[in-house]
Design a protein around this ligand. Structure first.
Ligand SMILES: Nc1nc2c(ncn2[C@@H]2O[C@H](COP(=O)(O)OP(=O)(O)O)[C@@H](O)[C@H]2O)c(=O)[nH]1
Ligand SMILES: [Mg+2]
Length: 192
């Protein structure tokens, strides 16, 4: 299993330019508020490494967390924020396009979905985008502690259908409990 020894915020940027040093990257994608920053903090076992629960519309930067000085965890700006203006959404689109088309160092994506909710059109579009570009990815169902164990399979069904994966391929995660952390570290290692 991948062991995280050190993790620091290395760079934040508005438009993607390759960070220095040039290291492999694993990016986190998902809706605003799905739990991207919480997942980074949980993986790295640092409470305030990535800013959690800040006004969804405001995390509009690509944040690069340098892990073990060996690779970057990339916290991408969340999509699907209802109150975002048309202009903000367009900017988000350009930013993501810039990121995915220029980042040769991208090894794979962790695509986060809230286990409580059916995937949105934006989630499906992100999935299609990853497939079209043949970017390796894992689907992570977040906030697992918010539903009962008995409800898991039922809740995973629409996620699996929309993401075209089998239930056993979804990594069920809770930042609150740390459940699923090791599976995600294994997944990250396999991407690297
Ligand atoms: N109960 C629970 N809450 C979570 C979990 N992950 C994130 N949250 C909460 O969901 C909100 C958004 O989390 P954040 O990590 O900032 O999401 P981001 O916008 O995707 O980076 C915060 O209030 C977090 O505390 C989880 O696994 N369980
Ligand atoms: Mg965040």
């Amino acid at each position: 299993m991948l062991k995280i020894e050190t993790a620091v915020l290395a760079q934040s940027m508005k438009e993607y330019t390759p960070p220095t040093p040039a290291l492999a990257q694993i990016a986190l994608a998902g809706r605003s508020n799905v739990g991207k920053s919480s997942l980074i903090n949980c993986l790295c076992q640092k409470k305030a490494l990535a800013r959690v629960g800040s006004e969804p519309g405001k995390t509009r930067l690509i944040n690069f967390f340098s892990v073990n000085g060996a690779f970057y965890l990339v916290d991408l700006p969340g999509y699907g924020y209802a109150k975002a203006s048309k202009e903000e959404k367009a900017r988000w689109g350009r930013m993501m396009e810039g990121y995915f088309s220029e980042s040769d160092a991208l090894k794979g994506v962790l695509h986060l979905l809230d286990i409580r909710h059916e995937p949105t059109a934006d989630d499906i579009q992100m999935n299609r985008y990853l497939r079209e570009r043949q970017i390796p990815y894992f689907v992570i169902a977040t906030k697992a502690d918010k539903i009962s164990r008995g409800a898991r399979l039922k809740n995973l069904a629409p996620i699996c259908r929309a993401m075209q994966v089998q239930p056993w391929q979804v990594l069920v995660f809770s930042a609150e409990k740390g459940e699923g952390r090791e599976s995600i570290l294994d997944a990250a290692e396999s991407l690297l």
